[in-house]
Design a protein. Sequence first.
Length: 191
Amino acid sequence: MLKLLNAMLEFRPLELAGVYEIKPRQSVDDRGFFSETYSAPAFAKAGVDLVFVQDNHSYSGVTGVLRGLHYQLPPFAQDKLVRVTRGAILDVALDIRASSPTFGRWLSLEISAAKWNQILVPAGFAHGFVTLLPDTEVLYKVSRRYSRAHERSIRFDDPAVGIDWRTPSGGIVLSDKDRAAPLLADAEIFE
């Protein structure tokens, strides 16, 4: 594991190139805690030189809310740094870079307020998550602004991809937009 800048942030590369679990350290005392969740110099030292331009915040009231799989095409392709401040999610990154040796492969990682971990999902991946607990709040930084004209999605349940969402007993809660998303084979992807 790569330890950076006084061990405030630890980076752990995951099995798909460019995707990292990041663990911020918490300094705890009788008042509560302090945690540095992002540092441009620490990211650069880890070889991840990004400029984030927008912060997003989502709230899901029930378990089983699935958001994804979302991405934006160039020149608005987004790198995402995702964390959970309340509750828990199963976060999924799907490699959609046509020239990648791991094209069509996915990984998942549980991100939670209790674990105090984050995931960095680079451009070239479709991204989504499902809530594992009620009243879950997700915050994420993105490296490009939102562009409706470049926004795309892939079906969460594409059988050719086979993502195990660890479906909660109450089932999945999905938007109409996500329900109508195309399969990976029919989607516009990164060349």
